[in-house]
Design a protein around this ligand. Structure first.
Ligand code: DOR
Ligand code: ZN
Length: 350
């Protein structure tokens, strides 16, 4: 007889090590989608104006907690936006008082709201040295902004021209390469035994550049760093499912309302929070590595950040395929949810 019980997978509750929650009406709209599945998230500071000081991070954390619906639990792990004026003492205070978990480095002009980022890396040296000393991680948007560098090469060039010199000068600095998109980044992390890890997004495990550009342009697949060739996507999947402690989930779920995505110069960012766990279950199952899902979503990140893994669990059940909502409505307008382009069979049990 055929056993009708659907497959189930119970794992420690996941965390998201790179997330955009925005502010105001958008924050209210998207926060429940993350809090439903994730216990904690590293919250990006690229608001307008950016979250630069300990005081601003504290105020932003309060706004996030105020937007959390009753009955839900969630811990935002705040980051400070590194500028050329950042005060090393303010960073140290934010770390010592538990206000900020990490500092975020955006090369100026690399992506959404990065205008206040770093142009001259010599100017942030005192902050980086301070962080190395106190063991505070630096989250890095690893793309050069030089307009003469092809957009598909900007991550690889950043590694050679910016990241390697920084790490050579400050080997004790703990660095997370955020949302890696290339085989080059995977190899660099693999070749580095200490103080370097990488987050991988949901969408970069699923789409390559053809998904954005072949057969019509698809703005909802546009993000930064932009998805690369298929061989790079394959390298990311291999890293994610490998169990290697240096790779963990950072969704980079980055909501923009549809009017902001669908215009002649549309915003970069893909909203994956509601479907990430369903998508990842599918990706890991396809690679025959479901048993490594927990390491990627729930164990490797806390280990790097020196935090305990979550005690609670979630259970994924494979009883689909499901109809998926196309978008959520927020006070800031509709936000399209990532479409992985394949049927999703797994869901997080309520
Ligand atoms: O696609 C992206 N969207 N990449 C980023 O680095 C920023 C993000 C955003 O804030 O929308
Ligand atoms: Zn991001």
């Amino acid at each position: 007889m055929h056993d009708a019980t659907p497959p189930r997978l119970t794992i420690r509750r996941p965390d998201d090590w790179h997330l955009h929650l925005r502010d105001g009406g958008m924050l209210k709209g998207v926060l429940p989608d993350t809090a439903r599945h994730f216990a904690r998230a590293i919250v990006m500071p690229n608001l307008v104006p950016p979250v630069v000081t300990a005081e601003q991070a504290n105020a932003y954390r309060d706004r996030i907690m105020a937007a959390l619906p009753e009955g839900m639990t969630f811990q935002p792990l705040m980051t400070l936006y590194l500028t050329e004026e950042t005060d090393p003492d303010d960073v140290a205070r934010a770390h010592a008082e538990g206000i900020a978990t990490a500092v975020k480095l955006y090369p100026a002009g690399a992506t959404t709201n990065s205008a206040s980022g770093v142009r001259d890396f010599a100017k942030v040296r005192p902050v980086l040295e301070q962080m190395a000393e106190i063991g505070m991680p630096l989250c890095v948007h690893g793309e050069v902004t030089d307009p003469s560098i092809d957009i598909f090469d900007r991550e690889a060039v950043f590694i050679d021209k910016i990241l390697k010199p920084i790490r050579k000068k400050t080997p004790d600095l703990r660095v997370v390469m955020e949302h890696v998109t290339t085989q080059n980044a995977v190899d660099y992390v693999r070749d580095t035994p200490k103080n370097l890890a990488a987050t991988i997004t949901t969408h970069h495990l699923i789409i390559n550049r053809n998904h954005i550009l072949a057969g019509g342009i698809r703005p909802h697949y546009y993000c930064l760093p932009v998805a690369k060739r298929e061989k790079h996507r394959v390298a990311l999947v291999q890293a994610a499912v490998s169990g290697d402690r240096r790779f963990f989930l950072g969704t980079d779920s980055a909501p923009h309302n549809d009017p902001a995505k669908l215009q002649p110069c549309g915003c970069a960012g893909i909203y994956t929070a509601p479907v990430t766990m369903a998508c990842l279950a599918e990706v890991f199952e396809t690679a025959d590595k479901l048993r490594q899902l927990e390491a990627f979503t729930s164990l490797n990140g806390p280990a790097f950040y020196g935090l305990p893994p979550n005690e609670e669990t979630i259970t994924l059940v494979k009883d689909g395929p499901f109809d998926r909502p196309d978008r959520i409505e927020t006070e800031d307008g509709p936000v399209t949810i990532f479409d992985p382009g394949f049927p999703m069979h797994w869901r997080v049990d309520a």
